[in-house]
Ligand binder design. Structure first.
Ligand SMILES: [Zn+2]
Length: 557
């Protein structure tokens, strides 16, 4: 069998051969066309550029200097993530001269399109290894499982081969010894400028964690911070990049400016969780667990994205830390990334609604509703149950590979349920029609990422379920969709009950059937989605970001 590594090397030399003939400009065009994918423009067209420039005016001189250091530290995560996702960035870039291809490589942190199931867009490049660059490309699952390496499943080790070809582990802090030292020093320097002592403490602990790969003390300190105006998420965090086992964490960073006014608005909703749990539209046996009411919910503007979270589609809400021991002790923090949401709302949701939502209902598409629906999705993960009611263990164990899709589907529909209940109680402003119409438009936005991911499958199930219940109808004349508000509320309650029941029963076969029957994009809908691409409605955003955008280039600012 030819290894992926071999295919990859072959691909690169092919492109290199193309580059040798560059001296002749006519040939260069020809060669570029031969060695790259003809769909480059189409792939790039899925993105639109947005400037990331939240105001820092309310921050003191010292705080602004601190942000500058944090952005510098965050920027190093790009280099680390590049290595994890692909390997040596330089060696790939040297082979490519076309600016559009370079731009696409930068967006994807490699030669595979993240919005198209990692399809390679440079000819001769093989498929992306499932384990990215965390494992040797020629390693099989069996070889890994048989290897006697105590820290092989660690979040923070690479698997490599020694001179004899035997598998060995290399801790992140050794593989990246030089880089983590630099970042650690930047964080320590930033800590001396912090006005909030808890944030300074967190930065110092995080600086240590990068040098040792022991992140728990800094995660605990992060949960203890409450009054910091600036925040930083940095380090190896999510494991999605490791599609082989999901063991290895990838590096990323967010530099965040807290939005005090919105955070206060959010704080009050958490206290309603226990009551909302009691009122869930399902039998009492499915809602016995008590959700924590001290959920930490805050809004931020992002000043800088780097690494994993900046690759392909951009995150607009996060829920951290992932360390379950920290979660048990301190809970989690849900971060709503407001300016990133605003960008997706302005650039994608509004133009999409102008094509797919009934003209009379377009006025009900609002940012506040988009923000609330996204926020309550995060909170709704805390509702319902984590354990089956019939001794099948946790819901996650019982539902196996379908657990994530159903959990995401639950959070979406129960998020809307929370909106409905809080609106009824007079706790949420605006017309309920805004939340429902924006909810439907958001389904169209999400399913453009495809039905294969957990979120994608969840959205398709809901779309098809809602369609069958008459929650909306398609106007045959112009291909727009019109919400039937009463029926949508009924469908929301019915689907909530079904999902909670599947989870409580740990009904693997039932869920598999649901995914098979409803988790797909039917022809008519696909044609409607194609209209969005034809009219160049972007799928996601790319950020123009950095010190200059933040007005932090002048020395001493
Ligand atoms: Zn979710």
């Amino acid at each position: 069998m030819i290894s992926t590594k071999y295919l990859l090397a072959a691909g690169l030399s092919l492109v290199l051969a193309g580059c040798h003939t560059q001296s002749n400009p006519n040939q260069e065009t020809e060669n570029t066309a031969q060695t790259t994918d003809p769909m480059i423009k189409e792939r790039l067209d899925k993105y639109t550029t947005v400037k990331l420039n939240p105001s820092l005016d309310h921050l003191s001189d010292n705080q602004q200097k601190m942000v500058r250091l944090l952005v510098e530290a965050a920027d190093h995560m790009n280099e680390l993530f590049w290595y994890e996702a692909y390997g040596q960035q330089d060696s790939l870039m040297e082979t490519v001269t076309d600016q559009e291809v370079q731009a696409l490589i930068n967006i994807n942190y490699g030669p595979w399109d993240r919005l198209d199931n990692h399809t390679p867009f440079i000819q001769g490049i093989g498929p992306k290894p499932a384990g990215a660059n965390f494992y040797p490309a020629d390693m099989t699952k069996e070889e890994f499982e048989q290897a006697n390496l105590p820290d092989k499943t660690s979040l923070y080790t690479f698997i490599r081969r020694d001179a004899q070809g035997k598998l060995v582990t290399i801790p992140y802090h050794e593989m990246f010894a030089e880089q983590v030292k630099t970042v650690s020093n930047l964080l320590k320097q930033a800590a001396t400028l912090s006005e909030d002592p808890d944030f300074a403490q967190y930065l110092n602990l995080r600086a240590e964690a990068l040098l040792t790969d022991n992140y728990q003390p800094s995660d605990l300190a992060w949960m203890d911070m409450k009054n910091n105006a600036v925040d930083l998420v940095i380090g190896p965090i999510e494991t999605y990049e490791d599609q082989l086992f999901g063991y290895k964490a990838a590096h990323e960073a967010y530099v965040l400016i807290k939005d005090q006014a919105w955070s206060e608005r959010l704080a009050k909703y958490a206290q309603f969780l226990p009551e909302l749990q009691r009122n869930l539209p399902v039998g009492a046996e499915y809602k016995k667990e008590t959700p924590g009411s001290e959920a930490d919910l805050n809004a931020y503007d992002v000043a800088y994205y780097a690494g994993d979270c900046n690759a392909g589609s951009k995150t607009i809400a996060i829920n951290l830390p992932n360390d379950e021991e920290v979660q048990l002790k301190k809970g989690t923090r849900r971060l709503q990334l407001k300016n990133a949401m605003q960008a997706k709302y302005d650039e994608i949701l509004v133009p999409l609604a102008d094509i797919l939502i009934d003209p009379e209902q377009r006025a009900f598409i609002t940012f506040d509703a988009f923000f609330a629906n996204t926020m309550f999705h995060e909170v709704a993960h805390g509702l319902g149950i984590k354990n089956t009611i019939n001794q099948k263990g946790t819901v996650r164990e019982a539902l196996k590979e379908h657990a994530s899709a159903l959990e995401e589907g639950k959070a979406d529909v129960l998020g809307l349920y929370m909106v409905t209940q809080l609106h009824k109680a007079g706790e949420l402003e605006g017309d309920l029609k805004e939340y429902y119409t924006t909810f439907l438009a958001s389904i169209f936005r999400s399913i453009r990422f495809g039905a294969s991911s957990a979120h994608g499958a969840a959205n398709m199930i809901r779309f098809n379920y809602f369609a069958e219940k008459g929650a909306f109808q398609r106007n045959q004349a112009d291909g727009t969709y019109r919400v039937n508000y009463d029926k949508m509320q009924q469908a929301m309650n019915d689907l909530s009950r079904e999902i909670l029941t599947y989870q409580g029963q740990g009904d693997y076969e039932g869920v598999a059937r649901l995914v098979e029957e409803k988790g797909l994009i039917r022809d008519e809908l696909q044609q409607d989605l194609n209209r969005l691409a034809e009219q160049h409605i972007p799928v996601d955003v790319v950020f123009e970001q950095g010190l200059e955008e933040l007005g932090l280039t002048a020395a001493g600012r």
